[in-house]
Design a protein around this ligand. Structure first.
Ligand SMILES: Nc1ncnc2c1ncn2[C@@H]1O[C@H](COP(=O)(O)OP(=O)(O)OP(=O)(O)O)[C@@H](O)[C@H]1O
Ligand SMILES: [Mg+2]
Length: 253
């Protein structure tokens, strides 16, 4: 059965779209039939993260009842299927996020996993994404405002019966002013499933309009995302150890 997983966290800019695109990419590398959906209807940008920003038919057309979801589903060169949202200002009108659940039930074929990239905040579109999904993956940063928003998102998901998979603690630098993974776990009340470091490679790959897995496949961030994707899909994956010579080699690359 298809698993509908929303990636959300409340706060803007914490890395929801980055996590969605990277996990989607990693899942398709593993041969999992995965679809990523841009449910950020007001400020969509999943397409930019995957190097395909402009599409003729989008989720907005589907939500308006003007197209079937099959017409708004595109195959990325990684094999990942993408349902983008429209980026024009006109797309902001007459869109009903409440239709998301019904629309997603029609996803072409029977994908193993659908990852839904949620908007920031807890407005109509984020709530619709949470309600449309069976499971929720939280994304937060190691600071109080982000974690407070993640906690709110978790409470809303619990009330709507959405299972919480855990938290990706993103942009972690380990500096002393940051909340620790243990503190985040305690505050949010759900396990931290991955601690993703703050790293320029994520900005570099975004500039290249692709994922780190494509831009630098052996980077430890690529392996970290593969690790989370493998856990999500129940796949055995051994993270390569980063020996001294490997680190040295990469420093001179
Ligand atoms: N671990 C990281 N290290 C460094 N930069 C990161 C990291 N994760 C994400 N970023 C950068 O942070 C910015 C925001 O990321 P992203 O768009 O994924 O956040 P978002 O939560 O989806 O934002 P929004 O709420 O606007 O949808 C991007 O420039 C992205 O490249
Ligand atoms: Mg986003």
């Amino acid at each position: 059965m298809t698993r509908l997983i929303t990636v959300s966290g409340g706060k803007g800019g914490v890395g929801k779209t980055t996590v969605t695109s990277h996990l989607g990419y990693a899942l398709s590398e593993f041969g999992v039939d995965a679809v990523v959906v841009d449910a950020n209807l007001t400020n969509p940008n999943l397409g930019f993260h995957l190097g395909i920003p402009l599409y003729p038919v989008t989720l907005h057309d589907v939500l308006r009842g003007e197209a079937h979801i099959t017409e708004a589903t595109y195959i990325h060169n990684s094999g990942l299927r993408v349902v983008p949202a429209g980026i024009s200002i006109d797309d902001l009108e007459d869109t009903s996020p409440e239709n998301l659940k019904d629309v997603l039930k029609d996803t072409i074929g029977e994908p193993d996993i659908v990852l839904i990239d949620s908007a920031a905040g807890l407005g109509n579109e984020s709530l619709s994404a949470i309600e449309a999904s069976d499971e929720l993956l939280l994304v937060t940063n190691p600071d109080l405002p982000s974690v407070t928003d993640a906690l709110k998102t978790a409470s809303i998901a619990e009330d709507s019966g959405t299972h919480i998979l855990g938290t990706v603690l993103n942009k972690h630098s380990g500096k002393h002013h940051e909340l620790t993974p243990e503190e985040v776990e305690e505050m949010v009340g759900h396990p931290v499933v991955s601690v993703m470091p703050e790293h320029d490679v994520l900005k570099q790959s975004l500039t290249k309009k692709t994922t780190v897995l494509d831009h630098d496949p052996e980077h430890h961030i690529s392996h970290k995302f593969r690790g989370v994707a493998a856990d999500l899909a129940g796949i055995d994956y051994e993270m390569p150890s980063r020996g001294f010579f490997e680190k040295l080699k990469r420093m001179f690359k």
